[in-house]
Design a protein around this ligand. Structure first.
Ligand SMILES: [Fe+2]
Ligand SMILES: [Fe+2]
Length: 155
């Protein structure tokens, strides 16, 4: 949990997940062009990865990290709400992708649209979460400016 509170530690987890996901999506897109039926196990692997890694990461954040951010900086409540909505939307898209994969027994446009949208939202979500961490746990810009002004004798 401590790593999640540190911007650098948390950022590393995000970067590793995005790299894995981008690599898997590139393999999936290539496989799909060759043979949609053969692409199915790859899509299942992507969905399983997201379920195990990203959903689990989100659950730990909501249980342990967001309450600490909230206690640290109450002004971030709307940001945390938006981050939780992202988690919900990502979980819904993942369920839909899995549902389509199960139903059609192959990779169709709906599965790909959901996974591509997932990738885009996840990248944005990670950025928003990292800036919330900076705002919660770093000295605020106002505080550092005031400190600098005091040091410079301008206040
Ligand atoms: Fe998150
Ligand atoms: Fe995160």
């Amino acid at each position: 949990m401590a790593a999640l509170q540190q911007k650098e530690g948390h950022q590393k987890i995000h970067e590793a997940a995005l790299t894995d996901l981008e690599d898997m999506m590139a393999i999936l897109r290539r496989a799909l062009k060759r043979d949609p039926a053969a692409a199915r196990p790859i899509a299942v692997e992507v969905v399983d990865y997201l379920d195990q890694k990203i959903n689990a990461h989100a659950a730990v954040e909501e249980a342990d990290l967001y309450p600490v951010i909230m206690a640290q900086k109450k002004e971030l409540a709307p940001v945390l709400q938006a981050l939780k909505r992202d988690h919900q939307l990502l979980a819904i898209w993942l369920d839909e992708a899995r549902g389509s994969l199960d139903y059609h027994r192959g990779v169709d446009g709906h599965v790909m649209a959901r996974l591509e949208a997932y990738l885009l939202l996840l990248a944005r979500h990670f950025q928003d979460e990292e800036s919330a961490l900076v705002r919660a746990f770093s000295m605020s810009e106002d505080a550092s400016r005031a400190k600098g002004e005091v040091a410079n004798g301008t206040t």
